[in-house]
Every structure is written in C-alpha cells, then in structure tokens.
Design a protein around this ligand. Structure first.
Ligand code: PRP
Ligand code: URA
Length: 209
C-alpha cells in the first residue's frame, strides 16, 4: 500500500516484544516506547528536505546538506502519544509540540475530542502525529482532520502497534498521509483492542490500572 511503511528491523522487533510482555513495568515500558519511537523517527524522516550550507573544516570550505531549522512539528494524541514525544526530540530537539486530546468512548469506540493546542505556523511544517496504538483508526483520522482544517499539508502518522483494520481506514480517509508503524498485528478483538497487542498503552505508560 502506497504511503504505508511497516518497519522491519530486529532492534524494533526485540523492543516491541519486551513492550508486549505483561511483566514489563511502567518504567521499562516508558523507556521502550521512547527507544522504539527514535528508531521509527530515523526511518520516517528519510525524505526530509535538506538545504545547502557552507561548512569550514580544519582543511577547507565545503558545501554540505542540513535539515532546515524549525521544519518539523510533533503532535501527540493524548494521553498515550505523550510517551513518544521524547523519542522524536532525541533526534529533533527543538521541534515544537502541539497537543490533541482525545479518548475513545468505551461503548462506541468513537473518539471524543477534549483539547487542541497547536504551535503557530504549524501549517508550514512537516507534522508528525504520534500515537502508539492505531486500532480502529478513528483517533488518528480525527487528528489528521483537525490538522488539515488548520491548513497543514504535510502529515506523517507514527504508531508502534497497528491493526490491519486501522491502517486500511486511515489510508482510505487520508491517502496522502504517510503512515509508519513498528509492527502490524493480527486483528482487533470485540472491544476493538489490538491482538496480540500490548493492552491499553495509556494505562501501561502512566500506571493507571
Ligand atoms: C488509545 C490509543 C489511541 C486510541 C486508538 O487511546 O492511545 O489514541 O486508543 O484507538 P482507535 O484507533 O480505535 O481510535 P484511548 O482512547 O484509550 O485514550 P488514552 O490514551 O487517554 O488512554
Ligand atoms: N488503545 C490501546 O491502548 N490499545 C489497544 O489495543 C487499542 C486501543
């Protein structure tokens, strides 16, 4: 599927396996989310434009390529997306952060929006939406809708675990958006949880259950 990348890498498989384990504690889980996010970020920004710069080495002056200042913004979907922010900041330390607050209604699984604060000038940046779980796709679709309504044109969605159903829905709703997932799982269960998955990412990150 065009614009959908499932990253196959032994380092990512190893860390995702540890994340899934019911015996992995909150501290370990948080660290793994950050590490896996940094690894996905490396892959997801392969196409980032660069600008020519002149650098003086101890021996001569040379023309090199660098990423333009302020070219990307990060938008985690609360709560669980927050756990991925540091993972992107490791590689893009000055990236501005917007927040979109959303939770799934327990009965219908339809996302309910409760917060949106985006950085000024976000429409001119490459924006990466963060959420470790892409289940039905409802939350990611709603977040991309909100960003497009603000004029953002270049959007990437970054997830750690995705269900095939969620990837298909997000891609159908927003075929222009580049989707990056560490892994694609088997299916959703009757409560729209991902199988085998890792449970509730927000609860595992913040120790709420
Ligand atoms: C989880 C997860 C995603 C959403 C994915 O959040 O972090 O945001 O579910 O499901 P979807 O693809 O079916 O929309 P949740 O609603 O549990 O909120 P929380 O992060 O505040 O716990
Ligand atoms: N949200 C989660 O945190 N986990 C799932 O499996 C599905 C949605």
């Amino acid at each position: 599927m065009k614009n959908v990348t499932i990253i196959n890498h032994p380092l990512i498989s190893h860390k995702v396996a540890l994340m899934r384990d019911i015996n992995t504690n909150t501290k370990q889980f948080r660290e793994l989310v950050e590490e896996v996010t940094t690894l996905i970020t490396y892959e997801a920004f392969k196409d980032l434009p660069t600008v020519p710069v002149t650098v003086t080495t101890p021996l001569e002056t040379t023309e090199q390529q660098m990423i333009a200042e302020n070219s990307i913004a990060i938008v985690p979907i609360l709560r669980a997306g927050l756990g991925m922010v540091n993972g992107v900041h490791t590689l893009f330390p000055t990236a501005k952060v917007g927040h979109i607050g959303m939770y799934r209604d327990e009965e219908t699984c339809i996302p309910q929006e409760y917060y949106c604060k985006l950085p000024q000038g976000i429409e001119n940046k490459v924006v990466v939406v963060l959420d470790p779980m892409l289940a039905t796709g409802g939350s990611a679709i709603a977040a991309v809708d909100m960003l497009k309504a603000r004029g953002v044109k270049n959007i990437k969605c970054m997830h750690i675990i995705a269900a095939p159903e969620g990837i298909a829905k997000l891609h159908e709703a927003h075929p222009d958006v580049q989707i990056y997932c560490a892994t694609c799982d088997r299916c959703l269960n009757e409560h729209s949880y991902i199988l085998p998955g890792l449970g509730d990412a927000g609860d595992r990150l913040f120790g709420t259950k």
